[in-house]
Design a protein around this ligand. Structure first.
Ligand SMILES: CC(C)(COP(=O)(O)OP(=O)(O)OC[C@H]1O[C@@H](n2cnc3c(N)ncnc32)[C@H](O)[C@@H]1OP(=O)(O)O)[C@@H](O)C(=O)NCCC(=O)NCCS
Length: 470
């Protein structure tokens, strides 16, 4: 089991400066110590060696890390692909690191080795069943608008996924703007992010303990305290968030860049409050300043919320309901089974937006053996998987589960009694976003009734969600 991450301080003041600073940041030294966790240790791009016969000796390889003289071209690709202004591109580059950028170059004899497409990827831990699974976060996938529809995007994604897989990633995760492109690459729907809103008065905790409360001491009205804290130090927050990672499915363990985005969503530091019980902090809530003018008129945005105990949730509700004279609605992001939404005291709770992120299993045995499963289940299931991109995954895997962990058994491979499915549907099943029964009904999974029932028991749990954007 991995130890809790210790994070460097998040310097939000400097983030604000980056957001305002203008272009040219890639090649300048960053204005604050860059995050060090999860940073890929990629070697500098090869400059002079290649083994591709007739090409000149200093021709760059078609796929590889971005070179410093290619940053402007990549910034242009990002502008075309996502409308990303240069200052914002620079802010993200400073935050996440340019060593995460990969390009696909035009190395045709008539080409000038210009990047035709770019993507960013880096290793993250993604939690399933209470354990961290090595995953690959992917962002900024874009192809030169004059070169689209020629297989370039697919080729770049294939190279990037192969690189992540070779570096140990069992999964890949991304936020899509188009589903079919990624489905053809084996991604499936992995989980959701929900944007909820409610009038603050609806979030007020009851004045006295509920009659059927299981733990009356945790619900006593004056129990606990709310204290302002420094949003630049994410270390104690990471420790508090650990429980949420363990309880949920699909959540990503944040590195410094993701903490910075969570606590300074627009470059402005949020107001951070610790939710404190008798033995110390149990959770935290970060609030953006209340918006009193359009477009977010009279809305209070919760930048980040971690309330893994009834007391922490009660304290968060108390804080939010105190804004009832200032704002009409409180807006927060969470999962489909959000406890704040569950506890709202009237029906005016609104699911304003529901977005889906995609997951791809890159390495089937590694994915199956690094996650955890519900305790008390002992079963053996064979998966016959079809993965056109990675032939290593196209075989029958026999998974034996006991004591919450799974091992791949070698030997007998009985395809007739397997669950048969493509890698995209397998990814969807793995995350728990769709049950085996739902996939079977949709014609995406084939197997006997007994196997489908066993799969439903194995991949059940909290519905997968993740709110970190990248
Ligand atoms: C999405 C994008 C990266 C695709 O790159 P591309 O080089 O045009 O795609 P390819 O030619 O490699 O297409 C591969 C397959 O995906 C399909 N595809 C590509 N873009 C698609 C789209 N927007 N909608 C539906 N299908 C798409 C192609 O038809 C092709 O299918 P096939 O294998 O059955 O022939 C490119 O259009 C782009 O840069 N878009 C703007 C930025 C963007 O939206 N990026 C994705 C962010 S998550």
């Amino acid at each position: 089991m991995k130890s809790v991450s210790i994070l460097a301080p998040v310097d939000c003041t400097m983030l604000q400066a980056i957001a305002l600073r203008g272009s040219g940041g890639f090649c300048q030294p960053p204005p604050f110590p860059l995050p060090s966790l999860h940073r890929p240790t990629t070697a500098p791009p090869p400059q002079r060696r290649n083994n591709r016969g007739s090409l000149p000796i200093d021709t760059p390889p078609p796929y590889g890390p971005v070179r410093s003289d290619e940053i402007d071209a990549v910034a242009r690709l990002a502008r075309h692909g996502f409308g990303l202004p240069r200052p914002i591109f620079d802010r993200y580059a400073d935050l996440f690191g340019v060593d995460r950028l990969r390009v696909l170059r035009d190395t045709a004899p008539t080409g000038c080795y210009q990047p035709m497409a770019c993507v960013a990827h880096w290793p993250v831990d993604q939690w399933f069943g209470g354990k961290a699974v090595p995953s690959q976060a992917i962002a900024l996938m874009t192809v030169d608008p004059t070169r689209r529809g020629q297989g370039i995007g697919r080729a770049l994604m294939h190279d990037a996924l192969a690189e992540g897989r070779a570096a140990g990633a069992a999964l890949a995760v991304l936020w899509p703007s188009t589903l079919p492109f990624y489905q053809r690459l084996g991604f499936g729907r992995g989980g959701v992010a929900c944007r909820w809103s409610a009038p603050p008065a609806l979030l007020a905790p009851p004045p006295a303990p509920l009659p059927d409360a299981l733990a009356p001491d945790a619900l006593a009205p004056d129990d606990g305290a709310i204290r302002p804290a420094d949003p630049r130090d994410a270390t104690p927050l990471a420790a508090l968030r650990r429980r949420t990672l363990e309880d949920g499915n699909g959540l990503i363990e944040r590195d410094e860049a993701l903490w910075s985005l969570a606590l300074c969503p627009d470059g402005d530091p949020a107001d951070l409050f610790l939710l404190i019980g008798p033995d110390g902090a149990e959770g935290y809530i970060a609030l953006s300043p209340p918006q009193m003018s359009p477009p977010q008129n009279r809305r209070l945005l919760v930048a980040d919320l971690c309330a893994p105990t009834p007391r922490a949730l009660r304290l968060a509700r108390r804080l939010l309901s105190g804004y009832r004279a200032q704002v009409d609605r409180v807006v927060w992001r969470g999962g489909p089974d959000d406890p704040l939404a569950l506890l709202a005291t009237d029906v005016d709770v609104c699911l304003e937006e529901r977005e889906e992120w995609l997951l791809r299993v890159l390495d089937v045995p590694r994915a199956l053996t690094t996650r955890a499963y519900p305790n008390g289940i002992e079963t053996t299931i064979a998966f016959a998987i079809n993965d056109p991109l990675f032939p290593e995954n196209t075989t029958v895997f026999r998974l034996e589960v006991a004591g919450g962990r799974g091992v791949i058994a070698h030997g007998v491979q009985d395809e007739a009694s397997s669950a048969t499915l493509g890698i995209s549907a397998f990814s969807c099943l793995y995350s728990g976003h769709a049950s085996a029964t739902a996939l079977w009904r949709a014609g995406l999974l084939y197997g006997k009734e007994k196997i489908i029932a066993a799969l439903d028991r194995l991949f059940c749990g909290q519905r997968p969600w993740m709110v970190d954007r990248f």
